[in-house]
Design a protein around this ligand. Structure first.
Ligand SMILES: [Zn+2]
Ligand SMILES: [Zn+2]
Length: 573
């Protein structure tokens, strides 16, 4: 769950309506709405932790020097020119999906069970160096349709379009792709059932995925479930447990989306989140409902019995609106709620020792003393990690956002605390490597962590991954070294290709403010969505991005780093 805190911070001071008034209020709070007035709603993708997708979580596989563990957040170079509105992964996944302002999806990571929409046999993984770019029109949607949201399970993925469609790919043994159960779905396929069927047709706006089940939230706030009902994940009051053959028990599998009713009936749900086999839903009135597998008391209800129907969490059901819930998230074996006082609380098991571990799970939602005073915004839980953003009261901070992390047994540096810092911390700490970074979204994966960062000066100072890429040493327009004459060259943020200011068309007067991308990278992801520029027409390049302050990278820097006095031109005209 990484959506911005429109819900979380929605007017915590106003007297909220009681449950009995629920339907009298207009549906102003919709989870996918990214609106924070006045704030730029796209960012650049940052990554830390494991990047060796095929080896993550597995032992004895060879180390790949091109896919290291990143000790601190890096700009993901391949998407550095993408204006991302969302980044999605899950606590149980080794793949990720990024969505940009143009509505394209970028998929990369481990392609287990074809979860990236390509056959695993031909594409066991998709590199972070060249993510797969996908448009809804490639899946049969009308031109102009945009992806707006995505959800990632363990080995399956869901894509949501602005037309209300949902597409699925990957593991479907339990019907978690809402396609006829069995095997896997090798390419993204439209889900035709449930909310999308017949006269009841509604728009899907949001999705969430566990290991073997999925949830879809519609525009009107209804929740549909599909996949395995073994632990009550489908919220339909049953598991369907029965003896199929001697010594073999089977459970309900619903590969046609089923509307979750029971206590959710008539409620307007605004946000949903899935653990591995449990779920939490937040209503517009700040009520939290939980269901599914309840080992280690992860549902926060004070017991360990599986819960087959959405059940109100009493802690957030009080008459005082300030005690209600404002944001929900789920880890593999835990659940997170940020309440309307913006305090973060957790239930279940999320550590290997001490309070919150197997022996002493949090049986109900409890806060952390270390961050009790923080005004929390967002949270995300990975395999063993937990991230949260909060208001930054430090007056030296320029962004007003601080990122907090905690988690035990992190082995791939996925907490991102930096080189030479501990890989694990049982207590929440400030992520110093993100000081000054305006984080607008969090997505914690099994062994990898992602952030979206609004462009600012500090973002430009972050390392890039990969650190270097093959690039020519001389301006690719004139192929001349004019440094002696004092002619400055710019280096593209993404591909490192140098251009003299005067060799650009039109020429630039000086080094531009903000990140600078070369004409090729500027156009890279634009051509498919927008009409191609008129041949011969002048297209302004560089320096005009609506981002403040970071200076373009002068190519001189590269020359200084080169120890060879004679620079070799790798690309010839
Ligand atoms: Zn030149
Ligand atoms: Zn470039």
């Amino acid at each position: 769950m990484i959506d911005p805190p429109a819900v979380a911070v929605a007017d915590p001071t106003s007297p909220g309506p009681g449950p009995e008034h629920e339907h009298e209020h207009p549906p102003t709070l919709v989870a996918p709405s990214p609106a924070v007035p006045g704030k730029q709603q796209w960012g650049r993708v940052l990554i830390c932790g494991g990047t060796n997708w095929l080896a993550l979580g597995k032992k004895g596989l060879p180390v790949d020097p091109d896919s290291p563990d990143l000790a601190s957040p890096h700009t993901l170079r391949s998407l550095s020119n993408v204006k991302a509105t969302g980044v999605y992964t899950s606590h149980s996944a080794c793949h990720a999906i990024v969505i940009d302002v143009a509505g394209a999806a970028y998929l990369f990571g481990r392609n287990a069970s074809s979860c990236l929409g390509l056959p695993t046999s031909t594409s066991p993984s998709i590199s972070h160096r060249s993510p797969r770019r996908l448009l809804p029109s490639e899946l049969g949607a009308p031109g102009g349709t945009k992806f707006t949201h995505a959800a990632v399970g363990r080995n399956h993925s869901l894509l949501v379009g602005d037309d209300g469609s949902v597409w699925s790919a990957g593991q479907n043994a339990h019907g978690q792709c809402a396609q006829p159960a069995g095997g896997e779905v090798g390419g993204f396929r439209l889900i035709g059932g449930g909310w999308a069927r017949g006269k009841q047709r509604e728009k899907a706006v949001f999705a969430a995925a566990g290991v073997n089940f999925s949830l879809v939230l519609t525009e009107s706030g209804r929740v549909y479930a599909f996949g395995s009902g073994e632990h009550g994940q489908l919220g339909n009051g049953r598991t369907g447990e029965r003896i199929a053959q001697a010594n073999k028990t089977t459970y309900d599998v619903e590969d046609d989306p089923v509307l979750i009713k029971g206590p959710l009936e008539g409620k307007k749900v605004v946000q949903i989140a899935c653990g591995q086999q449990h779920a939490i839903a937040l209503t517009m009135d700040g009520l939290a409902y939980v269901w599914g597998f309840n080992g280690y008391c992860r549902l926060g209800l004070g017991h360990q019995k599986d819960v087959l129907l959405p059940t109100l969490v009493p802690q957030y059901a009080g008459a005082n609106p300030l005690t209600r819930a404002a944001f929900v998230a789920a880890g593999p074996t835990a659940t997170i709620v940020i309440d309307r006082q913006r305090m973060l609380q957790m239930a279940g098991k999320f550590k290997t020792s001490g309070a919150g571990s197997v022996g002493q799970p949090f049986t109900t939602f409890r806060y952390f003393a270390e961050i009790q005073g923080c005004k929390m915004l967002l949270a995300s839980a990975g395999g063993v990690t937990h991230f949260a953003t909060a208001d930054d009261d430090d007056s030296s901070g320029t962004t007003g956002v601080m990122t907090i992390a905690w988690g035990q047994n992190a082995i791939n540096s996925e907490l991102g605390l930096g080189e030479g810092q501990p890989k694990s911390t049982p207590k929440p700490v400030r992520v110093e490597t993100l000081n000054g970074i305006d984080v607008l979204a969090l997505a914690a994966g099994q062994n990898t962590s992602f952030f979206l960062a609004r462009p600012n000066e500090a973002l430009g100072e972050l390392p890039r991954f990969p650190e270097t890429v093959p690039a020519p040493n001389l301006c690719v327009v004139c192929d001349e070294d004019r440094e002696a004459r004092g002619e400055e060259a710019l280096e593209c943020e993404k591909c490192d290709t140098p251009y003299h200011l005067g060799c650009l068309d039109p020429p630039l007067e000086g080094i531009p403010e903000g990140q600078w991308f070369c004409p090729k990278c500027e156009r890279e992801f634009v051509e498919v969505v927008l009409p191609l520029p008129v041949p011969g027409g002048k297209k302004p390049v560089g320096g005009k991005e609506e981002e403040p302050k970071k200076r373009g990278r002068p190519a001189k820097r590269k020359a200084e780093e080169d120890s060879e006095p004679e620079r070799k031109v790798k690309v010839k005209k």
